[in-house]
Design a protein around this ligand. Structure first.
Ligand code: FAD
Length: 495
């Protein structure tokens, strides 16, 4: 017997980074939000290497950046790769010269149980009704729209809750995503399986790159090496799905064997014991097949984070897509709930931006793996990527083009203006300088797509840092909308 329904503006299913972001960003505009999370936090999750756009963009907009800074997470200034034809490791920094004082030149390597709890507690703090131990089992819908969810509480009782919107942020294992856009569309290209565990320590790269993610390709795939703490390293092997049987049969043995087969990683772990503290004492397996949906919203419901899409983890884009997707959805929800623009238009903006962002990573990663799989075509492929320029991508360049170099409106504006200029200029130089720097002999950096990925991050960081982009934002597409000044809604672009 279901209890009488309750009413909310928005119900969010799942309290991972996507759910915490969208719920807090809607609650910040004064709306009533219910978040249902099936686990009791802290809970384990993989996806420990963050991007600066999450840390300095989304986290700051949500009001949690200072707490992140106090949490003692390992700062990550960039990535180190043993990848492609070059036998020596090469690396990139988020900023040209890694400086602790630079507010946007780093991200963090996080224990997800702690990071996710910080975001979920923040959602609660800004007014979200967060209920843990509550599993959503179905969606309430009629022909017109989705109107709520059915859920089971910790006491096992079945309940229903109604709202104007439901957001599915329940991750990779979502049961309700088919209510929007049917089945997932799986990539034929990225069909890998990951086996991962933890070591109680491990050697570190020389400072200042000691917090970098290190990804090393070897014959059977690639391995990530993420320094989480001095006494904790996350190590995961990603191999083709053809190895699934062997990996799933004995994950711990497969993990050890793959590490031994990759000399760069094996050497860093020489003599280091496996972690014994929970939850790091287990070797886990995840299929990390990439997928997308033909639709990301329908009247009354939207998908964000892994519930919506996933793309191969090598560039650590998962939490970025989850938090950015959550922010994009929140802008549409806040617009709808305030009645500023119509629903179709607001959600079309969400969908176009989300699709575009995912597309950038997907397209870039296809080239990245091509080069890994066929070293002879390394340069040819890189050139091919460089020349890809669709109308969408060109529109994206217009959207962000003026931002990273855009100090014209800021020069001479006093100390604050100087700082803005310095930050914008620094990031632009970091992006621009990549192909020329001595330690960056990788033609991928000449790829337009690569720059766009990082420049989109710049827009997010600027919004977080300064409350808005450094110049008037242009819409992504004709007739499109732009973010409001607080970054939490959509508005018409300036004429
Ligand atoms: P989740 O973090 O999965 O959160 C979903 C939440 O929903 C969970 O708390 C779950 O308990 C809850 N839930 C599920 N079902 C229900 C239900 N029915 N009712 C209520 N609650 C429910 N990303 C990175 O950024 N960096 C990395 O280095 C990285 N490495 C990765 C390595 C691998 C092998 C894989 C597979 C992924 C990796 N990712 C990485 C991706 C990252 O794990 C995800 O993209 C990210 O966790 C997505 O966040 P989310 O909020 O969408 O989902």
């Amino acid at each position: 017997q279901a209890r009488p329904p309750q009413d909310f503006d928005v119900i969010v299913v799942g309290g991972g980074p996507a759910g915490s972001t969208v719920s807090a960003a809607v609650a910040l505009h004064g709306h009533r939000v219910l978040l249902l999370e099936k686990e009791t936090f802290p809970r384990y999750q993989i996806g420990e290497s963050l991007l600066p756009s999450t840390v300095h963009g989304v986290c700051r907009i949500l009001g949690v950046e200072d707490e992140m800074a106090r949490a003692g997470f390992k700062p990550k200034r960039g990535g180190t790769f043993r990848w492609g034809r070059n036998r020596d490791p090469w690396q990139f920094s988020f900023a040209l010269s890694p400086r602790l004082a630079d507010p946007t030149s780093f991200a963090y390597q996080v224990e997800r149980s702690r990071f996710d709890a910080i975001l979920l507690d923040n959602a609660r703090r800004v007014g979200v009704d967060v209920r843990e131990g509550c599993r959503v089992t179905g969606v309430l819908a009629d022909e017109e729209r989705v109107r709520g969810v059915r859920w089971t509480g910790p006491d096992g009782e079945i309940r229903e809750a109604r709202a104007r919107y439901v957001v599915d942020a329940s991750g990779n294992g979502s049961r309700i995503h088919p209510h929007v856009g049917g089945k997932r569309v799986y990539s034929d290209f990225f069909r890998n399986i990951a086996v991962f565990g933890y070591f109680a320590g491990g050697a570190r790269l020389p400072a200042p790159n000691d917090g970098n993610i290190f990804c090393a390709a070897f014959e059977e795939g690639w391995i990530w090496y993420i320094p989480l703490r001095d006494d904790l390293t996350s190590v995961g092997a990603v191999v083709s799905h053809e190895n699934a049987e062997a990996v799933q049969g004995d994950p711990a043995a497969a993990w050890r064997r793959l590490i031994d087969a990759c000399p760069e990683i094996r050497d860093l772990l020489d003599g280091v014991p496996q972690a014994t503290e929970a939850p790091y004492d287990q070797v886990r397996v995840r299929k990390d097949w990439s997928y997308w949906k033909s639709q990301l919203w329908r009247p009354g419901m939207a998908l964000v984070g892994d519930a919506a899409c996933f793309v191969d983890p090598v560039l650590s884009s998962g939490v970025h897509l989850a938090t950015y997707g959550g922010l994009l959805a929140a802008r549409s929800l806040n617009g709808c709930l305030a009645g500023t623009l119509d629903e179709d238009r607001l959600f079309a903006e969400f969908e176009a931006r989300y699709r575009h962002e995912y597309g950038l990573f997907h397209e870039f990663l296809v080239s990245f793996y091509d080069m890994h799989q066929d070293e002879r075509s390394y340069f040819w492929k890189a050139r091919k990527v460089t020349s890809i320029g669709t109308t969408e991508l060109e529109a994206f360049v217009e959207l962000v083009g003026g931002l990273a170099s855009g100090d014209a409106s800021l020069t001479g504006a006093g100390p604050a203006g100087e700082r803005l200029t310095a930050v914008a200029d620094d990031f632009e130089r970091a992006v621009r300088r990549l192909p020329e720097a001595d330690d960056l002999r990788n033609p991928l950096y000449e790829s337009q797509t690569f720059r766009q990925v990082f420049q989109e991050g710049t827009v997010l960081q600027e919004r977080g840092l300064f409350g808005g982009p450094l110049e008037d934002e242009a819409p992504l597409r004709p007739g499109g909308l732009v973010a409001s000044e607080d970054g939490l809604s959509w508005v018409e672009p300036a004429p």
